[in-house]
Design a protein around this ligand. Structure first.
Ligand code: UDP
Length: 219
């Protein structure tokens, strides 16, 4: 374990917000701090907030069994591209879950997730790969979250909601509780604007804003 290298892919706003959580997590596992690095394809500096920034090819020179990546970039499409590149190159994923995150009963989290401080996941929830839940977000009971879904800070996702792959939910949005057997559904790749109050299904690819949330475009 001590020679493993743990990377945060993306050294911009999102990645810099995840690094302290990762540091805390690894400190308790006695991983040396210089084994925690950023990876970025367009680094603005060789060191950011005290951590080395590696290019992807440098990162690949580390032994495959000892390199681990979590992708900390808010855009789910970019996350998926990078995840595919990592898989092609035999790079494994790790997850970063802040110390004070609350996870209740029967919650299954996919690989590569990031749960920021004050996130709560209650009970009977399924979450896909590379989910990002930013600070103060919650997911209530009986929700199903797909792959590469992103929650900005303060998202309130109530019970019996399905959020399909690549949906983006903006800061402070509220999603109404669905019904047993008829969940409220946010479609694939949909965007929920910040502060939106979602009271009905959102079609795939749509953008909704406002209270109650209304459609402003559809791809
Ligand atoms: N990035 C990368 N490879 C990619 C796409 C993005 O290394 O294929 C990096 C990019 O150089 C930047 C970060 O990811 O440092 C994304 O930063 P941005 O501010 O766009 O997003 P955020 O951090 O807010 O999610």
């Amino acid at each position: 374990m001590s020679s493993d290298i743990f990377a945060i892919y993306g050294a911009s706003g999102c990645g810099r917000g995840v690094m302290p959580l990762a540091r805390e997590k690894l400190r308790s596992r006695h991983v040396p701090l210089d084994h925690l690095v950023f990876v970025d394809d367009h680094p603005v500096s060789g060191v950011i907030n005290g951590h080395r920034v590696l290019g992807f090819s440098d990162f690949l020179s580390i032994d495959a069994a000892q390199r681990h990546v979590v992708i900390a970039i808010a855009d789910g499409g970019v996350r998926e591209n990078i995840a595919q590149k990592c898989i092609r190159n035999g790079v494994g994923f790790w997850s970063v879950v802040a110390d004070n995150v609350v996870v209740m009963d029967d919650v299954v989290l996919g690989e590569g997730c990031i749960l920021s401080p004050f996130v709560t996941l209650t009970s009977n929830i399924r979450v896909g790969r590379h989910f990002q839940a930013n600070i103060n977000s919650y997911v209530e009971h009986d929700c199903f979250i797909g792959d590469f879904v992103t929650f900005a800070p303060g998202v309130k996702c109530n019970g019996n909601v399905v959020i399909e792959d690549h949906a983006y939910v903006g800061a402070g949005a509220v999603i109404k509780q669905g019904k047993v057997g008829k969940p409220l559904r946010i479609g694939k790749g949909a965007i929920v604007g910040m502060g939106a109050v979602v009271t009905r299904d959102v079609p795939a690819g749509a953008t909704v804003v406002g209270n109650p949330a209304r459609l402003i475009n559809r791809k």
